[in-house]
Design a protein around this ligand. Structure first.
Ligand SMILES: Cc1cc2nc3c(=O)[nH]c(=O)nc-3n(C[C@H](O)[C@H](O)[C@H](O)COP(=O)(O)OP(=O)(O)OC[C@H]3O[C@@H](n4cnc5c(N)ncnc54)[C@H](O)[C@@H]3O)c2cc1C
Length: 455
């Protein structure tokens, strides 16, 4: 390092851009890297310019915030080194490895703010690898970024607030929607009061639910998925589920599955950041102090990549991380007036959501042996169970080396948590003792020709 390396932010969502705003206000010019073509992250994802849709159409209740985000982002642009369509595929202390429009390169950093957001959490259902089956986020991306529906008759299966939001967005866009909720979020009176403390967030959820019911959308709680059936071309054509002992098959032409979100933590992992197991979310999360300082030298964490807490907390935590960074490099920093209080209040709501929409562990433990858990390598739940039984092992990295679960292109981002739950369930072990898959580069699929520099 020369000592002149810049401050780098990975992620141009609410957290990354809020962090950039604080640094720019302090007279710095951070590098902001994002694999997406436009700033906004998941919540404010934008369509290509030729698809003209109003912010109200795209973001509903969040249109005002989206407009503010877009204006702030455009104001910042001349003062940041913004690198859209640039993916971080490996990370070492002081260096990020990038692929930028098909060309590999490196970016050195003196301080690094990771604001990498979250991704869908999926439980595999036999038949989920068929065309026509999407993750919930994938279904929303089709709508937001491409103004397309994944189907006309869509079954949404899973749990979590996003399930209701995306079902509402699809029904509003003209799809015939059935929403199958795995749990019973409002049946426990113990959930209601803490949820109601969420104010506007809670009101939005109630509105989506009421809208869906008022427009005749079937919304069935306690619904356990069994299988996705196909037509003769192999496309998704039906959804079989069990509810109160009754098995039902719904005809459909598309399915979206989502069981909450999981933090994107791979870059932090490659950099040696310490992790802890968060019981409520049932996830391994990177450790940071209250201001976002991670245990690795010069690394800060913010937003959903630290812990999934929604876009408002993401922005506040981005500001907090940038302010911590300013303090650490001896620059004056603005005060965090009231921000920590707002974060604490939002955290209470998030905990209430996590309790109301718990990850359905039994649905994983009861997975049919035929269910393909690792779709990159074609490893089924049955194969994972058989490997654990024959080897006597339950540590997930050992199981990976025996049966290749998590060894494919997604590097276990999707299947790792499911495989861990399966192993813990069959051995009646605490999931923490099963461990977590170690992150490996390349973090995202990367053509060999790109790596070799021949493309
Ligand atoms: C699929 C999905 C859809 C969602 N939709 C909604 C919604 O409609 N409404 C809502 O309220 N909340 C939604 N959420 C939750 C919401 O996105 C977050 O709470 C909020 O956007 C978090 O902000 P963030 O800045 O932490 O992360 P994000 O907004 O997720 O931004 C992270 C950014 O990091 C970039 N990134 C990640 N890894 C890399 C890498 N290796 N290289 C380069 N760039 C990288 C991503 O491209 C992304 O732009 C959604 C979440 C997901 C996962």
């Amino acid at each position: 390092m020369t000592g002149q390396e810049p401050i780098v932010i990975v992620g141009a969502g609410p957290a990354g851009i809020a962090a950039a705003g604080v640094l720019v206000a302090a007279g710095l010019r951070p590098v902001v890297i994002d694999q997406a073509g436009t700033g906004g992250g998941q919540i404010f994802r934008r369509p290509e310019p030729q698809l003209s849709r109003t912010l109200e159409d795209l973001y509903g209740f969040d249109a005002r915030r989206a407009r503010r985000f877009r204006d702030d982002f455009h104001r910042l642009l001349p003062n940041i080194d913004y690198r859209p369509r640039t993916e971080v595929w490996d990370a070492k202390p002081g260096v990020l490895h990038l692929v930028d429009n098909g060309v590999v390169g490196i970016q050195r950093w003196s301080r690094l703010i990771l604001a990498t957001g979250a991704m869908d959490r999926v439980i595999p259902i036999p038949g989920w690898t068929a065309p026509g089956v999407y993750s919930l986020g994938g279904a929303q991306i089709a709508l937001k970024a491409e103004a397309s529906l994944i189907g006309r008759k869509v079954v949404f299966s899973g749990t979590g607030p996003l399930l209701y939001l995306v079902s509402y967005q699809y029904a509003k866009a003209g799809a015939e929607v059935v929403l199958l909720e795995a749990g019973r979020p409002f049946s426990d009176p113990g959930n209601l009061l803490p949820l109601a403390s969420g104010g506007l967030g809670f009101a939005k959820g109630v509105y989506y639910m009421a809208w869906l019911r008022a427009h005749g959308v079937r919304l069935l709680t306690d619904s356990s998925p069994i299988e996705i059936t196909h037509d003769r071309h192999g496309r998704a054509a039906g959804f079989v589920f069990r509810r109160r002992g009754v098995v039902t098959r719904l005809p459909c032409d598309a399915v979206a599955i989502g069981f909450g979100l999981q933090a994107e933590t791979q870059i932090a992992d490659l950099l040696g950041v310490a992790f802890h197991f968060a019981d409520l979310q049932r996830q391994w999360l990177p450790v940071a102090d209250a201001e976002g300082r991670a245990s690795a030298e010069g690394v800060y964490l913010a937003g959903d990549g630290l812990s999934v807490r929604g876009s408002e907390v993401a922005a506040l935590s981005g500001e907090a991380a940038a302010m911590a960074l300013l303090k650490d490099i001896g620059r004056p920093r603005p005060a965090m007036f009231g921000r920590h209080r707002v974060i604490r209040r939002a955290d209470r709501f998030r905990h209430a959501l996590d309790r109301a929409f718990p990850f359905p562990v039994t649905a994983v433990c009861d997975l049919d042996d035929r269910a393909v858990v690792c779709r990159c390598e074609g490893v089924t739940a049955g194969a994972i169970r058989a490997t654990a039984s024959s080897s006597g092992e339950t540590e997930i990295n050992r199981i990976k080396s025996f049966c290749r679960v998590g060894m494919g292109r997604c590097q276990g981002r999707l299947c790792g948590p499911v495989a861990a739950e399966l192993l813990a369930g069959m051995a009646s072990e605490n999931i923490q003792s099963v461990g977590r898959l170690r992150s490996q580069a390349p973090l995202k699929p990367l053509p060999l020709a790109t790596l070799a520099g021949t493309r």
